[in-house]
Ligand binder design. Structure first.
Ligand code: ADP
Length: 744
């Protein structure tokens, strides 16, 4: 039988670097090896392909070890003028064929992917030329009849069609948000005004989302220039009113590509000049520049890179001869494939229509969520509410936090209070969770009561796990009546939902409970039914990942295995996501259980790994993975059996997971969800039997469910949803964390 040649795959990063590219490279290399393919890194982008020789390197399992936490791209990237010419691409084709490569995963922006598509279209003719020139034989050309290409989008700008998030955008948001939070603290102390310029020549995503996440006071983006000629006066009026209302600092965020309606660039220097002249304020400019590109990738970008890289190889394996190249993207929390050229064309169209000053179309092309966010922001930055529209229902809405503190709770309360007041409602803040509702610890909140809350961790209102019962229900009913509370927004975790359910069940006994109640999922455990993600979970995963990065470094040159215990109650989300983002060899969670056989086999893998030259091993264990095989037990078992081959350390991360400022993602989602809840209250008709519901994020959408659905959708004993969408990611984690072949 003829020997079947292994297919050879190349991976390259091209154009601007982006954090998370390394995760993608690691996933491409390991998935390819796992599929039995040979895999090569083409270094320095297309330049390496044009140069050939040592620039195209074979990759082994261990070549991509220890790179997940590193920013940039370990295989280098470049802009390559040669590749824009046919001559350059001819050389590139020769170099690929010389290595037997005829499949490529290209990680880059729209330029890189356009180049890749052109190269693929020309492939046959390039090989014909190489045959004519005598550089390759006819047989070689016959062996590589087509070039298979899959694209991954690495770009901090999040400016690409076919994916909700590009690899690197979330990290860039982290960098911006950290910087603006830091600037805000000094600005508040000195009552200063700051103009912060962020990246985004054609795309205002980073500016818009960071403004929303940080509670900035004005934002200027390329897609939607100020709609009036005298925008400077309008901006200054709003900022002045904010100061008059008691705000101690002012932050304006400007995207580098922001222009006025006539296409004239605005620039941060001009904004500073305007603010100084019109407000007479001491104004400072910070241009964040390349800081936004750099540093360790966020947990989301590591996992995005990993999932995309894995899917790209699967796509290449599936693709038929001459099939259309695809971009692997992330849409509605799932891997999505879109034809590459469709993505490139739509992406380039936004830049084109912005250039033509067709701003309406530019915003339309960005999509509804972008447009809605911009509209929300324009309300949030005001210092005073709009005059409410007539005809909308006005209510007295009480808002409270419930359960353990989750980063993002304050952001959600801020959004509910401001957007609620803006719609003409009266907002009442309940202190200390459900206990505050029992005790009547309730105060009216105004626009400025939540000033500065967007970035704060913990719960400013105070929270607790109280689920009211018995006489406490009377106390709540009395307070609802006395304070004329007409609806209730509970922002929190499991205990908040249970409390809402109880109030609903007790309606017959307490007519006062006949008010609409909404629950908004906020818990680091991500264990709420109806929502693929809950507020706080992203921050917690990042907290775990940062801690584990440090723990891993502490091992020095020793051979060490770490057993790290994370929170999550009975839900393995935190364990799996942080395991995926840190390259853990093994993730233990309650959903899968832990048996003695598992532990034996894990021990064998550990021994095999350390014997094979491994230096660090990481096991992540959910706090309730198994009641008997505890972290201490696993530590003792591995330590004893590891003998002199490796030692073991355990780390129980504890409450650091719940703390810290909320991540950009948690702030953005908290704002959106709270806004949707307020809208829901406003739209409710008067009814005898008003709804008690919980809201959730499902894919890209926000949905409401009846509170009683919780029984259908969740395992009530284990306090977690019956179906957990993220469980599918276990397979990827398992492939990538295999011990790899023994080193020689
Ligand atoms: P990005 O991929 O981040 O958008 P660039 O637009 O700079 O970055 O593109 C990166 C590289 O991709 C270029 O330096 C060039 O080598 C290649 N490239 C871009 N556009 C084309 C094209 N139209 N034809 C061939 N190669 C291209």
């Amino acid at each position: 039988m003829a020997k079947v040649e292994k297919r050879k795959l190349g991976v390259l990063t091209s154009g601007g670097d982006a954090p998370g590219m390394n995760a993608a490279i690691r996933a491409v290399v390991r998935t390819a090896l796992d599929h039995g393919l040979d895999v090569y890194a083409v270094t320095e982008g297309y330049q390496g392909m044009v140069d050939g020789g040592n620039a195209i390197k074979p990759m082994a399992w261990d070549s991509v070890g220890g790179i997940l936490q590193r920013g940039g791209t370990v295989i280098g990237t470049a802009r390559c003028a040669d590749f824009r010419t046919r001559e350059g691409r001819l050389k590139a084709a020769f170099n690929l064929v010389a290595h037997g490569i005829d499949a490529l995963v290209v990680i880059g922006g729209d330029g890189s992917l356009t180049g890749a598509n052109l190269f693929r279209q020309e492939w046959v003719s390039l090989l014909e030329d190489l045959v004519k020139e005598g550089k390759i034989g006819k047989e070689t050309a016959r062996q590589h009849p087509y070039l298979t290409i899959t694209g991954l989008v690495g770009s901090i700008d999040n400016d690409f069609f076919g994916t909700d998030m590009t690899i690197g955008a979330d990290t860039a948001l982290h960098r911006i948000v950290e910087a603006v939070d830091a600037i805000s603290s000094t600005a508040t102390s000195h009552q200063r005004t700051f103009v912060v310029e962020v990246m985004g020549r054609h795309c205002g995503y980073l500016a818009l989302m960071s403004a929303l996440a940080c509670g900035a006071d004005w934002v200027l983006i390329p897609e939607s220039p100020p709609d009036v000629e005298n925008w400077e006066d309008v901006m200054c009026e709003v900022l002045k009113a904010g100061r008059a209302a008691g705000r101690r600092d002012t932050t304006v965020i400007v995207a580098e590509g922001a222009t006025d309606r006539n296409g004239k660039p605005i620039g941060s220097a001009y904004v500073k000049q305007v603010l100084e002249e019109k407000l007479g304020e001491d104004c400072r400019v910070t241009i964040l520049g390349h800081v936004q590109r750099g540093g360790s990738p966020s947990a989301f970008d590591r996992n995005l890179g990993t999932l995309m890289g894995h899917a790209a190889v699967e796509q290449i394996e599936k693709s038929k001869a001459q099939s259309e190249p695809m971009v692997v993207g992330w849409r509605d929390n799932r891997v999505a494939y879109t034809p590459l050229m469709e993505c490139v064309e739509k992406t380039q169209k936004v830049a084109k229509v912005v250039g033509e000053k067709d701003y309406e179309q530019a915003m339309a092309l960005r999509g509804d969520s972008f447009k809605d966010t911009f509209r929300t922001l324009r309300t949030m930055v005001r210092s005073l509410p709009h005059t409410p529209k007539p005809g909308l229902r006005r209510m007295r809405i009480a808002v409270l936090n419930a359960g353990a503190p989750a980063p993002g709770m304050n952001t959600a309360v801020r959004s509910a209070v401001r957007l609620g007041i803006d719609k003409g409602h009266t907002l009442l803040g309940v202190r200390g969770g459900l206990q505050g509702l029992i005790d009547g610890d309730i105060q009216e909140m105004n626009w400025m009561s939540v000033n500065g809350w967007a970035p704060r961790g913990g719960s400013e209102l105070g929270t607790g796990r109280k689920i009211p019962a018995g006489k406490e229900l009377y106390a709540i009913a009395r307070n609802i009546e006395e304070l004329d509370i007409q609806s209730l927004l509970i922002i929190g975790g499991w205990s908040g939902y249970e409390a809402a359910h109880r109030l609903w069940k007790e309606r017959e006994n307490f007519p006062a409970f006949n008010i609409p109640i909404l629950c908004l999922p906020a818990t680091i455990n991500n264990n709420m039914p109806g929502s693929e993600l809950s507020i706080g979970a992203d921050t917690a995963v990042n907290n775990v990942v940062e801690a584990v990065d440090k723990i891993k470094q502490s091992s020095g040159s020793l051979h060490r295995c770490f057993v790290v215990e994370v929170m999550g109650r009975y839900c393995g989300y935190l364990a799996l996501m942080s395991g995926l983002a840190t390259g853990a060899e093994r993730v233990y969670m309650h959903e899968e259980g832990v048996t003695l056989l598992d532990l034996q086999s894990d021990l064998q893998n550990l021994i095999r790994g350390f014997e094979g030259g491994k230096r660090i091993s990481l096991m992540i264990r959910n706090e309730n993975a198994n009641p008997l095989y505890t972290t201490a037990f696993m530590y003792a078992l591995f330590e004893e059996e590891g003998k002199s081959l490796f030692d073991v350390r355990q780390a129980i991360l504890g409450h650091l997971q719940q703390g810290g400022n909320p991540s950009p993602f948690d702030r953005i989602q908290a704002t959106r969800l709270a806004e949707r809840c307020i809208e829901h209250f406003s739209e409710l008709p008067e009814s005898e039997n008003p709804p008690v519901m919980f809201i959730g994020l499902q894919g890209g959408e926000m949905k409401f469910f009846e509170i009683d659905d919780i029984r259908r959708m969740a395992d009530m004993t284990l306090s977690r949803p019956k179906e957990q969408w993220w469980m599918d990611m276990r397979d990827v984690a398992k492939v990538l964390s295999k011990p790899g072949p023994k080193k020689l």
